[in-house]
Design a protein around this ligand. Structure first.
Ligand SMILES: *Cc1c(COP(=O)(O)O)cnc(C)c1O
Length: 852
């Protein structure tokens, strides 16, 4: 319980209006959730400001609000506490209640295994003492008051996990908590994103040791060199734990790693305890048990009792948790968090337990923030996976590096699936690899990869989802800084699940006898060609089409082996690359065709080509009435392999009659060509519009771009209802200010305010592809409502009018294309603003805008 009077006494705070509730059951940071009897925290941090959600929190039942600005909403019946700094007030409150209840603090820090260590310590002590602990998923000091909210007067101990985010934060947390016991599990990479080096992490973790009192205890991992060296930094009693080197005070040895349990003997000083088993999986998990034993010894818990309680400790959700999977498979859910080290440890386990006849499958998402070590960390895991696993499936852009490393270190292409969406992971497992009762599937990934969704999809019994970590669909982001934090505050979000589903619909539409070619030119219309290509191929596309040889090479470089056709002009000097990389090119001119043939002959190879016919588009292609003669000449070019013939429609999204005319012109030349002995593996004409408009245009292959991205060919040829858009473009508010009437806005002073207006500045401009002239966006979305763009767009800045939207603040999300709340601003809407088509809209977001 949190008492209003403790809060008032601990911090320099004031009541705003009459108080209502005086006791609160918990702190709430997520205004979207039900929060009856809770105190909502309106936070203003480096990551955001959640004062704007006070009203929503009250609507969801909040009994009180702690804030640093007066709420601009009706707070009747709600206790409102005002402080200068909410975080500081919470920290002061935490210190206050710890002193008041005289609760002893045990703090755990380290790169991995913290939460299991916390759980194990609580398990050991609670046999004899009243112990409080609560898992909080947020890093940084704010986790402490959130965890202490449930503290009771009778609690003798509280066990807390410390995850500092920057240098100095550990010191702050320790000064507040004054812990009696400090545990360091492992020095490692998990926080490296925010620290410059591993030594700076060790330094920060060591602060915990320096601040322990002389009657306190430091528990150190004897197997970790960096930690072992820290011994001298504390005046507290030191206990070391370990498994690998003799000399630790508490040592586990004779370790037996099993598929459903782990066995060990324990040595504590001269005493031995033999033949113990724990249901926790993997040798690395034993560290947490040893840590808890050490704390138990310090507080006089008999080792036998502690061991008994610990061996009953069940695996925690998301931490090497075994679950029954589909088709009798065994799923090991290790999705709670991931560093390279903990991933390697999980692979060690997999290697030790795999039996004859079993298949080891490893599903991996992006690892947690590794900063500049990301590439290396992901590759090391791939290298190790190649030694251990039978199948490697990756999900995400960074995890793709693991997949590539797996291939480089000896896995065969059929053993590796590099994917970018949940659906594709599940499809690969079920359809391609035929998941079955001989399979052990290890699923792992960093917090932000949300790989628990894969586990969820693979459960044999949906009721088991209660054993999965982090179940909310939309994780809380707000002011705690746990979401995607682009360092350029303007970014593209690509929903590859939507793409996967669109491609499946298209494949169902054309049927099994028509090949689906995914058009990924112009970096997949701005969506990112590599991820789109892989996702399309995994969901029914058989062929990729690009504009230029350079685009084709980018795909080959990424390891994509599917057939590729270059739709546009290929210079003669580039054709050797096409031959070498098995890329098909388009021919439509005899002189070029001869030159291509010569190049192929010099390389003693054949070049695959598709012949393009102009049936009335008036663009690239050989005119229909010259086609016969052209083919006669082509047939003498022995080094060209004519794989396909195609044409392109000029008006398929508007004029069905004209499209029918072009199709019949195309057919007219096909029959005589067939009669003269030309056989084409692929005959194609249809783009998205024609694919949707009629089966008559499908021939035996369709070339689809737009529809795959969930964009409508036109108002006359809309997408079926079950397609959805893939791309969103977002930025945030950089400044908000009131300006007087008649005030000029932007370069050239093209706009003057009418009355007093509130304007917001956005850090986006034509340098990102946000068009300036002759037209720009009419409006963008803020707080789920349209906000009009005013004045000229600059290279890096844009101004919008938010006079009608109260409480717009720095850091608020702004949608340039996409959805926000119930409001939608589609690429088609933007196309209307810009007097162009939706293709140009998404292609023109420049490549320097980060994608995720
Ligand atoms: C771009 C392109 C397509 C794809 O068109 P969508 O309308 O995006 O489906 C098909 N064929 C050719 C020749 C193209 O250049």
């Amino acid at each position: 319980m949190i008492s209003l009077y403790d809060l008032l006494e601990a911090s320099n705070s004031q009541l705003f209006g009459e108080p209502a509730a005086q006791l609160f059951t918990a702190f709430s940071v997520d205004s979207r959730k039900r929060q009856d009897s809770q105190l909502y925290l309106a936070l203003k941090t480096d990551y955001g400001d959640t004062h704007q959600y006070i009203q929503e929190a009250i609507e969801n039942g909040a009994a009180g609000v702690l804030c640093s600005r007066p709420p601009e909403t009706d707070t009747e019946g709600v206790t409102v506490i005002m402080v200068k700094d909410v975080e500081a007030a919470l920290m002061a409150w935490a210190a206050f209640v710890l002193r008041k209840y005289k609760t002893k603090v045990i703090s755990v820090t380290g790169a991995s295994g913290k939460s299991l260590a916390v759980e194990a310590i609580q398990q050991v002590l609670s046999g004899q003492y009243a112990v409080h602990s609560r898992e909080v998923d947020y890093p940084g000091r704010l986790a402490l008051p959130l965890a202490l909210a449930g503290l009771r007067r009778e609690d003798q101990f509280v066990v807390l996990e410390l995850s500092p985010r920057h240098v100095g934060e550990m010191d702050e947390m320790i000064s507040l908590l004054q812990p009696e016991v400090g545990v360091i599990t492992r020095v490692g990479y998990s926080h490296l994103g925010r620290f410059s080096t591993i030594d700076s992490i060790a330094q920060e973790q060591g602060v915990l040791l320096e601040k322990l009192p002389d009657y306190g205890l430091a528990v150190l991992n004897y197997d970790d060199d960096l930690i072992a060296e820290m011994q001298s930094r504390t005046k507290a009693h030191v206990m070391t734990i370990g498994m690998e080197r003799f000399g630790a005070d508490l040592m586990a040895y004779n370790i037996i790693v099993g598929q459903n349990r782990t066995g060990f003997d324990l040595r504590s000083g001269g005493e031995r305890y033999v033949g113990r088993w724990t249901p926790l999986l993997g040798k690395h998990q034993l560290y947490s048990l040893l840590v808890a034993l050490a704390v138990g010894v310090h507080y006089k818990v008999p080792i036998e009792d502690a061991l008994k309680r610990l061996t009953e400790l069940q695996p925690l959700p998301g931490r090497m948790k075994p679950l029954n999977g589909l088709n009798g498979s065994l799923i090991i859910d290790d999705t709670y968090s991931a560093t390279p080290q903990s991933t390697l440890a999980a692979l060690d386990w997999l290697q030790s337990v795999k039996e004859e006849g079993q298949r080891a499958i490893f599903v991996m998402g992006d690892l947690d923030t590794l900063g500049t070590g990301a590439q290396r960390g992901h590759r090391i895991v791939g290298q190790r996976a190649a030694e251990v696993v039978d199948v490697l499936i990756t999900d995400g852009t960074e995890a793709a590096l693991t997949g590539r490393a797996g291939l480089d270190y000896g896995l065969q292409p059929e053993q590796v699936n590099i994917t970018y969406s949940l659906q594709d992971v599940v499809n690969a497992l079920l359809n391609e690899h035929r998941l079955n009762e001989r399979d052990i599937v290890l699923v792992k990934g960093g917090e932000s990869a949300s790989m628990e969704r894969v586990v969820q999809a693979l459960l044999a019994d949906a009721a088991d989802s209660q054993y999965i970590a982090r179940q909310s669909d939309e994780p809380y982001t707000g002011a705690l800084g746990v979401s995607f934090q682009p360092l350029k505050p303007c970014w593209i979000e690509i929903n590859l699940d939507a793409l996967a589903s669109n491609v499946q619909h298209l494949k169902a539409m054309v049927g099994p006898n028509v090949a689906l070619a995914a058009v990924v030119k112009s970096d997949a219309y701005g969506h990112g060609a590599v991820a789109v290509s892989r996702t399309a191929l995994a969901n029914g596309a058989q062929y990729l089409m690009v504009s230029t040889i350079s685009e084709a090479l980018e795909l080959r470089e990424a390891g994509i082996t599917a057939p590729i056709l270059v739709l546009n002009y290929t210079p003669i000097y580039a054709v050797r690359q096409a031959v070498r990389q098995n890329i098909a090119i388009t021919v439509y001119d005899l002189a070029l065709a001869r030159a291509y043939n010569n190049a192929a002959r010099e390389m003693r190879a054949r070049l695959r080509v598709h012949v393009k016919i102009d049936t009335g588009m008036g663009r690239m292609g050989i005119l229909a009435n010259e086609a016969m003669a052209f083919f006669r000449q082509l047939s003498s070019l022995q080094h060209l392999e004519i794989e396909g013939i195609y044409t392109h429609f000029a008006d398929a999204d508007r004029d069905l009659d004209y499209t029918n005319f072009q199709a019949s012109e195309f057919k007219k030349i096909l029959s005589p060509l067939r009669a003269s002995g030309f056989n084409f593996r692929y005959i194609h004409a249809a783009n998205s519009a024609a694919t949707i408009a009629s089966r008559d245009f499908h021939f035996n292959m369709v070339r689809v771009g737009l529809a795959m991205y969930g964009m409508h060919p036109s108002e006359t040829v809309p997408l079926p209802f079950n397609f959805s858009p893939v791309l969103a473009w977002k930025t945030v508010v950089a400044q908000v200010k009131k300006v007087p009437p008649g005030y000029p806005i932007g370069y050239g002073r093209t706009h003057y305010t009418l009355g007093e207006e509130t304007i917001a500045i956005l850090p986006v401009g034509y340098g990102d592809g946000f068009r300036r002239a002759p037209q720009t966006w009419a409006y963008v979305l803020v707080h789920g409502k349209p906000a009009v763009v005013i004045g000229r767009v600059s290279m890096e800045k844009t101004v919008i009018n938010v006079t009608m939207l109260p409480n717009v603040a720095i850091g608020d999300e702004v949608v340039l294309i996409g959805k926000q709340g119930d409001a939608v601003l589609s690429a088609e809407d933007v196309a209307k603003f810009l007097h162009t088509n939706n293709y140009e809209v998404t292609c023109n977001v420049l490549a320097r805008v980060p994608r995720r």
